[in-house]
Ligand binder design. Structure first.
Ligand SMILES: Nc1ncnc2c1ncn2[C@@H]1O[C@H](COP(=O)(O)OP(=O)(O)OP(=O)(O)O)[C@@H](O)[C@H]1O
Ligand SMILES: [Mg+2]
Length: 326
């Protein structure tokens, strides 16, 4: 088999906080192959964005520290790269789009200037060639009147249009990986579906791997081949999306699926997982889901359950059979 595009190996990241160190990501391991789509899902604060920002080399250096592990991109450990080598990779080999496109764009530069900049910097194109390619990119992401858009400033565009511009910018250097962190959360429902379709089509057309971060299991089902379920900074379940959604093993994954609104199905009350996510500065030395888990028993307090399996993985002392499922 060919080399994976991205490999997380036991990555741990913490932040200095007033009450001690917040263990945002702990021993996270998973791989992403070229052209594959993977979803990261889990409640707010479980470490999805920190995982993505570690890969992009965009953690805030003042507060974040990488406590261990490796992140390989085409075999190369990114954590050992210089910041200038990392800057070369970003936007060139990998790109990222965010929830709020407005905050990622410069308000005082035109859309055209911002689209041309990576083409001139990374691809060493002439300003004229970059301008032509920017127009092609704008057309490719489904926006009309490219020339007049190029002369516009970000505040003149709607949220959906700005997100399309961000996608155009991300695609401009034909990256091997696109990370999309809640790319549609800030948009109207109708625009959300269009942006997701655009992302999927562009990923396929350009053989680009897509790492999609979302709270929405419906989006995960529709968009991804693999899914990583995170809880309190750790991967608790991982594997092919269809298998995990139809046959979840970890009690947390089961809870997430049960708490998802199903279109067309009327329920008086939606299930919600009882309790709250634990304090990341005071995590227990055993399963972090213990307090909220329906299946919790004494054995769950013996240690941190390891992520075990083959093809699909689960970290739960009650799910040891999962390794033999695949
Ligand atoms: N810049 C930062 N400084 C301090 N702590 C941070 C910082 N960024 C993230 N954290 C901590 O790391 C934890 C994980 O955050 P992260 O942003 O990865 O969560 P998330 O899964 O993306 O959540 P959400 O769904 O709300 O975006 C959080 O609990 C947060 O307290
Ligand atoms: Mg996030």
């Amino acid at each position: 088999m060919s080399q994976p595009l991205v490999t997380f190996e036991q990555l741990s990241v913490s932040f200095s906080a007033e009450r001690g160190r917040a263990r945002a990501v702990q021993e996270v391991s998973f791989t992403l192959n070229a052209g594959q789509t993977i979803g990261l899902v889990g409640e707010s604060g479980c470490g999805k964005s920190v995982t993505a920002m570690s890969l992009m080399g965009l953690l805030p250096p003042q507060t974040a520290s990488i406590d261990g592990g490796a992140i390989r991109f085409q075999g190369q450990d990114l954590l050992t790269l210089s910041s200038s080598n990392m800057a070369d990779l970003r936007g060139n080999q990998m790109a990222m789009i965010f929830q709020e496109p407005m905050s990622a764009l410069n308000p005082v530069l035109t859309i055209g200037e911002q689209l041309c900049e990576p083409l001139i910097r990374h691809r060493h194109q002439s300003p004229k060639a970059a301008w032509q390619q920017a127009i092609t990119l704008i057309n490719r992401v489904g926006l009309a009147r490219a020339e007049s858009l190029m002369a516009s400033y970000p505040h003149q565009l709607s949220g959906g249009m700005l997100q399309r511009i961000m996608i155009a910018m991300a695609l401009s250097c034909q990256p091997k990986l696109l990370i999309a962190d809640e790319p549609t959360t800030a948009l109207d429902v109708t625009v959300q579906a269009q942006i997701l379709t655009l992302l999927r089509d562009q990923a396929r057309a350009n053989q680009m791997a897509l790492m999609l971060i979302t709270h929405d299991l419906g989006v995960i089902a529709q968009m991804t081949e693999q899914v990583v379920v995170m809880y309190a900074g750790r991967v608790v379940e991982q594997g092919p999306t269809a298998e995990i959604l139809h046959n979840p093993q970890h009690p947390y994954t089961k809870g997430l699926i049960a708490s998802r609104p199903v279109p067309g199905e009327r329920r008086r009350r939606l299930y919600s997982i009882p309790g709250q996510v634990p304090d990341l500065t005071a995590l227990p030395a055993y399963c972090a889901f213990f307090d909220r888990c329906e299946r919790a028993s004494e054995s769950c307090q013996t240690g941190i359950p390891p992520l075990v399996g083959r093809m699909r993985y689960v970290a739960c002392y009650h799910c040891e059979k999962v390794g033999s499922l695949s």
